[in-house]
Design a protein around this ligand. Structure first.
Ligand SMILES: O=C(O)C(=O)C[C@]1(C(=O)O)C=C[C@@H](O)C=C1
Length: 122
């Protein structure tokens, strides 16, 4: 078992707490599904949002998932690089796993697929 990182990113159409909550839950559930993650193997989760998002803490959405209330979470602001993809939420899950780093599947949903086209699966 080693600690590995698995990533995800998504966007929201507007800066509302509902959008942030729903998009974060959807993204987390997709990364969990793609990698068959057991919450007991998760060390921590880092979440970032671009500077144009501030209506809610995305950590709250993660904590609402069944079994995730004890996982250490941290939200931070993404660097505001000019021209970067707007209204973006990113997650980095630190996971204890027997998988190699290249066996983990990262999820870039919707418009966020353009952030890492090299990782696109479809
Ligand atoms: O993977 C992403 O979400 C990206 O936007 C790409 C990238 C990178 O260049 O590796 C850039 C900024 C983020 O903080 C994380 C990773």
């Amino acid at each position: 078992m080693k600690v590995r990182g698995v990533r995800g990113a998504t966007t929201v159409p507007a800066d509302t707490s509902e959008n942030i909550f729903e998009a974060t839950k959807e993204l987390m559930e997709e990364v969990v599904r793609l990698n068959d993650i057991d919450v007991d193997d998760v060390a921590s989760v880092l979440l970032t949002m671009t500077p144009d998002l501030s209506a809610a803490f995305p950590a709250k959405a993660v904590r609402s998932l069944p079994g995730w209330q004890w996982v250490p979470l941290m939200c931070a602001r993404e660097i505001g690089v000019p021209g970067a993809l707007a209204r973006s939420i990113r997650i980095l899950i630190h996971l204890n796993t027997d998988k190699r780093q290249d066996e983990l599947v990262h999820a870039y949903l919707g418009e966020a697929v353009q952030l890492r086209p090299d990782l696109a699966t479809d």
